[in-house]
Design a protein around this ligand. Structure first.
Ligand code: 9G3
Length: 570
């Protein structure tokens, strides 16, 4: 490709509003341009990278038994009404009406469409297992799109759906996808971890893993063990129940004036008690029922674990007046002692060991001291309810938790029969009995993967493409287009390299050498060949972008040098 006519406008300066490297570099190197907030055009350079990533995805998905297809982005609302998600999903689900005033959604995902397709076409166990996938544009109306294509409102996803007659079949498909994802992200040159995750908006009853690319700008926090390969999204990272039962109470329960002392910090300072001796009491509403959730004062309640404790998707904190109405006082003074009968009390495991704690007295400006969980109040269930902290014991009994930030690029779910039952996708088994099809679903953020690759592969001069996803293999430069011998050598090499199968970006522009070098470092192709002052002697300068090594190479040994170089290249 001759760069003179190639549509890849580069930018010298960091564009306003682009706060992370991948967003800045995708704009500056001419991969994308913003069309609207969270909506991007992929320019030819960006489209080439998309195609490289998609080809790796296709290769591994097909090898794992996936069958590629393509579903519509415009989906009839009826399907989402059948699954119940038309009302469940908020403004993030983009909705529209057609010319006949019929309701449609813009596809945020495709469980409804694929399940309705399969229910009409697959009715016998003989047609199972099946794994269908697509690479297609998704729409999610993010409230605050940011970080370029990392959190955009339109993005490219590979989404796959597996269909099995039984759980063993699902496990096999799940494992096949798990392996395929590991191969895909490895081939993209990514440093990633597969972590246990929360099912979130999809529901389903089985396991689920997220594939996280380690990056300081990642929005997710990974909690991993420093002595095993256990890793989980912080949202669901578990703590083991290795708290010993409390010693017997030594003192009687007593009431203390704590005027306007509401927060853990205020009460702890006022009473001179360490936060780990305090009880934090939060009133949640789950399934319209009030639940008092207790944890140690130095811990944080994990709302997702509270919801999961009741098999719900959401558990929200009660607002001030609900607390007043249910507990008889304001949030800062509620507690489990003498709590109203109908309020269920659940407590984090760590509460078990306290024997002289402090908690709200369910009266304004008063707290109890010397509270003993077994004596002064009953806990319906001790559970793992808190957000783990670095240093906590990892649940597999090996080592302790460390945290890292991650970018979610893949997510695999065991769906079970949630959608097949909701939409009536069943099959006749060998005994002629009808059963709901067992499903799994598996997503990769293809456009997000590009940004993740950039986050892990750039320096102060620009991009550093891993060879597997680079938009071109080589950058061939003529340093001075006024020098006849440089032009001649450049043209000859352009032909030669292409006949040898290299994908070449040929910088034939009438620009100064300095500009060409800067643009070449910015675009970040793996290897750069410059025809400069020594062109007449048949010598070119070759630079490896990663590491910056530069060598002068005789043209007649260039092909051999490139073959050896590409073998070693990441
Ligand atoms: C929606 C909207 C946003 C969503 C969803 C639905 C996330 C939604 C989860 C999934 C699950 C899997 C198939 C490929 C792999 C991921 N955000 N999820 O279902 F309507 Cl607005 O998408 N889907």
């Amino acid at each position: 490709m001759r760069q003179q006519l190639f549509f890849s406008p580069t930018m010298r300066d960091v564009p306003q509003g682009a706060d992370i490297a991948s967003h800045q570099l995708m704009l500056r190197a001419g991969l994308i341009r913003q069309t609207a907030s969270g909506v991007y055009s992929y320019l030819p350079l960006g489209k080439r990278v998309l195609r490289k990533v998609e080809e790796i995805v296709r290769d591994e998905m097909d090898a794992a038994g996936g069958q590629e297809m393509l579903m519509p982005a415009i989906q009839p609302a009826e399907l989402w009404q059948e699954s119940g998600r038309y009302t469940d999903m908020g403004p993030e689900l983009m909705r529209l009406k057609d010319r006949h005033e019929r309701d449609f959604v813009l596809g945020a995902t495709h469980e409804e469409v694929i399940t309705s397709l399969v229910r009409d076409e697959v009715t016998s166990y003989k047609k199972l297992p099946m794994n269908l996938y697509q690479i297609q544009t998704k729409y999610r109306d993010e409230r605050r799109p940011r970080f370029g294509v990392l959190r955009s409102r339109e993005f490219i996803m590979k989404d796959a759906y597996s269909f099995d007659a039984d759980e063993e079949g699902l496990d096999k498909n799940y494992q096949a996808m798990y392996q395929a994802y590991s191969a895909i992200f490895t081939r993209c040159g990514l440093d990633y971890r597969a972590v246990e995750a929360d099912a979130g908006a999809i529901g389903g009853n089985g396991g689920t893993h997220e594939f996280m690319v380690l990056s300081a700008i990642g929005e997710d926090t990974i909690a991993y063990s420093d002595a095993s390969d256990y890793a989980a999204n912080l949202e669901i990272a578990a703590v083991p129940d290795n708290y010993k039962k409390a010693d017997p109470a030594e003192k009687l329960l007593s009431t203390t004036e704590t005027p306007a002392m509401k927060t853990i910090k205020e009460v702890s300072n006022y009473l001179g008690q360490d936060p780990s001796k305090l009880l934090k009491s939060l009133l949640f509403i789950v399934n319209e029922q009030p639940v008092l959730v207790i944890c140690r004062g130095d811990h944080e309640i994990n709302e997702i674990k509270v919801a999961n404790a009741f098999g719900e998707m959401h558990a929200e904190l009660a607002d001030q007046e609900t607390v007043q109405q249910v507990m008889g006082t304001e949030p800062g003074f509620i507690g489990p002692v003498n709590a109203p009968e109908h309020v269920e009390i659940i407590a984090d495991f760590a509460v078990k060991s306290l024997n002289a704690a402090v908690c709200g007295a369910n009266e304004a400006d008063k707290h109890f001291q010397n509270v003993h969980p077994g004596r002064d109040f009953q806990v319906n269930r001790f559970m793992d309810l808190r957000i783990v902290q670095e240093g906590d014991a990892a649940p597999d009994g090996k080592g302790t938790y460390r945290f890292a930030k991650g970018i979610e690029v893949g997510h695999v779910f065991k769906l079970g029969t949630k959608y097949s039952e909701a939409l009536g996708a069943s099959f006749l088994d060998e005994n002629g009995r009808s059963n709901p099809i067992i499903m799994g679903c598996y997503g990769i953020g293809v456009s997000r993967t590009i940004a993740a690759v950039i986050e892990q592969n750039h320096d102060e001069n620009g991009l550093i493409w891993p060879k597997s996803v680079a938009p071109f293999d080589l950058h061939l430069l003529i340093l001075n287009t006024k020098q006849e011998e440089q032009v001649k050598l450049g043209e000859e090499l352009y032909e030669l390299l292409r006949t040898k199968g290299y994908d070449v970006l040929f910088d034939d522009r009438k620009e100064r050498a300095g500009v060409k070098f800067k643009d070449s470092d910015l675009i970040g192709l793996p290897v750069r060949i410059a025809c400069g002052k020594k062109a007449a002697q048949g010598v070119v300068e070759v630079k490896i972008r990663r590491g910056g090594e530069v060598e002068e190479i005789q043209v007649d040994s260039l092909i051999e040098y490139l073959q050896k170089t590409f073998e070693k290249l990441v």
